[in-house]
Design a protein. Structure first.
Lengths: 112, 115
Protein backbone atom coordinates (compact mmCIF):
# COMPACT_ATOMS: atom_id res chain seq x y z
CA UNK A 1 0.00 0.00 0.00
CA UNK A 2 1.33 3.46 -0.89
CA UNK A 3 2.24 5.47 2.17
CA UNK A 4 3.29 9.05 2.91
CA UNK A 5 4.24 9.84 6.50
CA UNK A 6 4.88 13.30 7.88
CA UNK A 7 6.49 14.33 11.13
CA UNK A 8 6.05 15.91 13.51
CA UNK A 9 2.25 15.94 13.57
CA UNK A 10 2.28 19.37 15.13
CA UNK A 11 4.81 21.98 16.12
CA UNK A 12 4.68 25.23 18.08
CA UNK A 13 7.51 27.75 17.63
CA UNK A 14 8.15 31.42 18.21
CA UNK A 15 8.56 34.02 15.52
CA UNK A 16 12.09 34.02 14.18
CA UNK A 17 12.69 30.33 14.81
CA UNK A 18 13.73 27.92 12.06
CA UNK A 19 11.68 24.79 11.53
CA UNK A 20 12.24 21.57 9.63
CA UNK A 21 9.30 19.45 8.54
CA UNK A 22 9.79 15.86 7.43
CA UNK A 23 8.12 13.64 4.87
CA UNK A 24 8.93 10.04 4.07
CA UNK A 25 7.26 7.88 1.46
CA UNK A 26 6.84 4.34 0.24
CA UNK A 27 5.11 4.36 -3.11
CA UNK A 28 5.38 2.44 -6.34
CA UNK A 29 6.71 4.25 -9.42
CA UNK A 30 7.67 7.49 -7.71
CA UNK A 31 7.49 10.51 -9.99
CA UNK A 32 7.46 13.66 -7.85
CA UNK A 33 7.08 15.02 -4.34
CA UNK A 34 5.02 18.14 -3.71
CA UNK A 35 4.66 20.42 -0.70
CA UNK A 36 1.47 22.36 -0.07
CA UNK A 37 0.41 24.89 2.58
CA UNK A 38 -3.15 24.57 3.83
CA UNK A 39 -4.52 27.47 5.82
CA UNK A 40 -8.27 27.68 5.89
CA UNK A 41 -9.33 25.66 2.89
CA UNK A 42 -7.45 24.80 -0.30
CA UNK A 43 -3.92 23.44 -0.34
CA UNK A 44 -1.68 26.11 -1.88
CA UNK A 45 1.22 24.81 -3.97
CA UNK A 46 4.72 25.49 -2.62
CA UNK A 47 7.26 23.22 -4.32
CA UNK A 48 7.57 20.21 -6.59
CA UNK A 49 10.69 18.05 -6.46
CA UNK A 50 11.62 15.39 -8.98
CA UNK A 51 14.69 13.39 -9.93
CA UNK A 52 15.81 16.33 -12.05
CA UNK A 53 15.13 18.97 -9.43
CA UNK A 54 15.90 17.75 -5.93
CA UNK A 55 16.32 21.13 -4.26
CA UNK A 56 14.05 24.16 -4.40
CA UNK A 57 14.11 27.52 -2.63
CA UNK A 58 11.72 30.40 -2.46
CA UNK A 59 12.39 33.18 0.00
CA UNK A 60 12.48 31.76 3.51
CA UNK A 61 11.25 28.33 2.38
CA UNK A 62 13.41 25.59 0.94
CA UNK A 63 13.01 21.90 0.31
CA UNK A 64 15.26 18.97 -0.49
CA UNK A 65 14.42 15.53 -1.86
CA UNK A 66 16.51 12.57 -0.80
CA UNK A 67 15.66 9.79 -3.26
CA UNK A 68 17.98 7.34 -1.57
CA UNK A 69 16.30 7.79 1.82
CA UNK A 70 12.84 8.20 0.21
CA UNK A 71 12.24 11.40 2.09
CA UNK A 72 12.07 15.15 1.89
CA UNK A 73 12.40 18.07 4.25
CA UNK A 74 10.80 21.49 4.18
CA UNK A 75 12.72 24.23 5.95
CA UNK A 76 11.27 27.54 7.00
CA UNK A 77 13.71 30.11 8.35
CA UNK A 78 12.86 33.26 10.35
CA UNK A 79 9.29 32.05 10.85
CA UNK A 80 6.43 34.55 10.95
CA UNK A 81 2.91 34.24 12.34
CA UNK A 82 1.67 34.07 8.73
CA UNK A 83 3.49 30.76 8.34
CA UNK A 84 1.00 29.16 10.73
CA UNK A 85 -0.77 26.48 8.69
CA UNK A 86 -0.90 22.78 7.96
CA UNK A 87 1.91 21.74 5.64
CA UNK A 88 1.04 18.83 3.39
CA UNK A 89 3.40 16.51 1.60
CA UNK A 90 2.08 14.65 -1.44
CA UNK A 91 3.71 12.13 -3.74
CA UNK A 92 2.90 11.78 -7.42
CA UNK A 93 3.27 8.43 -9.12
CA UNK A 94 3.84 7.38 -12.69
CA UNK A 95 0.29 6.19 -13.11
CA UNK A 96 -2.20 6.80 -15.88
CA UNK A 97 -3.91 9.44 -13.83
CA UNK A 98 -1.11 11.35 -12.09
CA UNK A 99 -2.82 10.96 -8.73
CA UNK A 100 -1.29 12.44 -5.61
CA UNK A 101 -1.05 10.51 -2.33
CA UNK A 102 -1.06 12.85 0.65
CA UNK A 103 0.38 12.62 4.13
CA UNK A 104 -1.60 13.67 7.19
CA UNK A 105 0.21 16.98 7.36
CA UNK A 106 2.20 18.88 9.98
CA UNK A 107 0.29 21.58 11.86
CA UNK A 108 2.66 24.51 12.47
CA UNK A 109 1.77 27.27 14.92
CA UNK A 110 4.05 30.31 15.07
CA UNK A 111 3.58 32.39 18.24
CA UNK A 112 4.46 36.12 18.27
CA UNK B 1 -3.26 35.08 -11.38
CA UNK B 2 -5.44 32.28 -12.80
CA UNK B 3 -7.06 30.04 -10.23
CA UNK B 4 -9.38 27.09 -9.90
CA UNK B 5 -12.86 28.06 -8.76
CA UNK B 6 -15.54 25.89 -7.18
CA UNK B 7 -19.24 26.31 -6.46
CA UNK B 8 -21.01 26.16 -4.14
CA UNK B 9 -18.71 26.78 -1.20
CA UNK B 10 -21.08 24.85 1.08
CA UNK B 11 -23.79 22.36 0.16
CA UNK B 12 -26.20 20.78 2.63
CA UNK B 13 -28.28 17.86 1.45
CA UNK B 14 -30.43 15.05 2.74
CA UNK B 15 -29.21 11.46 2.63
CA UNK B 16 -30.22 9.82 -0.64
CA UNK B 17 -30.32 13.05 -2.61
CA UNK B 18 -28.18 13.76 -5.67
CA UNK B 19 -25.62 16.55 -5.58
CA UNK B 20 -23.50 18.13 -8.29
CA UNK B 21 -20.33 19.95 -7.34
CA UNK B 22 -18.96 22.35 -9.90
CA UNK B 23 -15.44 23.41 -10.76
CA UNK B 24 -13.86 25.71 -13.31
CA UNK B 25 -10.24 24.61 -13.81
CA UNK B 26 -7.48 26.96 -14.94
CA UNK B 27 -8.14 27.65 -18.61
CA UNK B 28 -5.09 26.12 -20.33
CA UNK B 29 -4.93 23.07 -18.08
CA UNK B 30 -5.43 19.59 -19.47
CA UNK B 31 -5.71 17.29 -16.44
CA UNK B 32 -8.54 17.60 -13.92
CA UNK B 33 -8.93 15.94 -10.55
CA UNK B 34 -11.28 15.55 -7.62
CA UNK B 35 -10.03 14.93 -4.09
CA UNK B 36 -11.87 14.85 -0.81
CA UNK B 37 -10.90 15.51 2.80
CA UNK B 38 -13.06 14.19 5.59
CA UNK B 39 -12.77 16.43 8.65
CA UNK B 40 -9.53 15.74 10.48
CA UNK B 41 -8.29 13.23 7.90
CA UNK B 42 -5.95 13.14 4.91
CA UNK B 43 -6.69 14.55 1.49
CA UNK B 44 -7.73 11.53 -0.62
CA UNK B 45 -7.65 11.11 -4.38
CA UNK B 46 -10.97 10.34 -6.04
CA UNK B 47 -10.54 10.59 -9.80
CA UNK B 48 -8.48 12.11 -12.59
CA UNK B 49 -9.84 13.12 -15.98
CA UNK B 50 -8.06 13.82 -19.24
CA UNK B 51 -9.20 14.15 -22.85
CA UNK B 52 -12.84 13.72 -21.85
CA UNK B 53 -12.43 10.46 -20.06
CA UNK B 54 -11.46 9.11 -16.65
CA UNK B 55 -7.71 8.37 -16.46
CA UNK B 56 -7.71 6.83 -13.01
CA UNK B 57 -10.08 6.41 -10.10
CA UNK B 58 -9.72 5.29 -6.51
CA UNK B 59 -11.71 2.66 -4.62
CA UNK B 60 -13.77 5.47 -3.11
CA UNK B 61 -15.02 6.46 -6.57
CA UNK B 62 -17.73 3.83 -6.89
CA UNK B 63 -20.85 3.73 -9.07
CA UNK B 64 -22.45 6.49 -7.03
CA UNK B 65 -19.89 8.97 -8.36
CA UNK B 66 -19.50 10.37 -11.85
CA UNK B 67 -17.59 13.19 -13.48
CA UNK B 68 -18.27 15.21 -16.54
CA UNK B 69 -16.88 18.10 -18.54
CA UNK B 70 -20.13 19.37 -20.01
CA UNK B 71 -18.55 22.29 -21.84
CA UNK B 72 -15.13 23.83 -22.41
CA UNK B 73 -14.83 25.30 -18.95
CA UNK B 74 -16.76 23.37 -16.29
CA UNK B 75 -15.83 20.11 -14.60
CA UNK B 76 -18.44 18.49 -12.38
CA UNK B 77 -18.60 15.75 -9.76
CA UNK B 78 -21.99 14.12 -9.27
CA UNK B 79 -22.90 11.95 -6.30
CA UNK B 80 -26.09 10.10 -7.20
CA UNK B 81 -27.44 9.07 -3.81
CA UNK B 82 -25.54 10.72 -0.98
CA UNK B 83 -24.66 8.89 2.22
CA UNK B 84 -23.74 10.32 5.61
CA UNK B 85 -20.12 9.26 5.05
CA UNK B 86 -19.92 11.42 1.90
CA UNK B 87 -19.77 14.47 4.19
CA UNK B 88 -16.39 16.02 3.45
CA UNK B 89 -14.58 18.91 1.78
CA UNK B 90 -14.32 18.21 -1.94
CA UNK B 91 -11.42 19.80 -3.79
CA UNK B 92 -11.09 20.16 -7.53
CA UNK B 93 -7.58 20.48 -8.95
CA UNK B 94 -6.09 20.99 -12.38
CA UNK B 95 -2.69 20.52 -13.96
CA UNK B 96 -1.29 21.75 -17.23
CA UNK B 97 0.97 18.89 -18.25
CA UNK B 98 -0.41 15.67 -19.65
CA UNK B 99 1.48 12.59 -18.57
CA UNK B 100 4.16 14.55 -16.84
CA UNK B 101 4.94 15.66 -13.30
CA UNK B 102 2.81 18.77 -13.40
CA UNK B 103 1.95 20.77 -10.34
CA UNK B 104 -1.67 20.37 -9.35
CA UNK B 105 -3.44 23.58 -8.36
CA UNK B 106 -6.38 23.27 -6.01
CA UNK B 107 -9.65 25.15 -5.80
CA UNK B 108 -11.06 26.48 -2.52
CA UNK B 109 -13.27 23.43 -2.02
CA UNK B 110 -16.94 22.66 -1.51
CA UNK B 111 -17.97 21.57 1.94
CA UNK B 112 -20.64 18.89 1.55
CA UNK B 113 -22.80 18.12 4.57
CA UNK B 114 -25.14 15.13 4.31
CA UNK B 115 -27.88 15.02 6.94
Amino acid sequence: EDKVVQSPLSLVVHEGDTVTLNCSYEVTNFRSLLWYKQEKKAPTFLFMLTSSGIEKKSGRLSSILDKKELSSILNITATQTGDSAIYLCAVGQKSSGDKLTFGTGTRLAVRP
Amino acid sequence: EPEVTQTPSHQVTQMGQEVILRCVPISNHLYFYWYRQILGQKVEFLVSFYNNEISEKSEIFDDQFSVERPDGSNFTLKIRSTKLEDSAMYFCASSVLAGGPGEQFFGPGTRLTVL
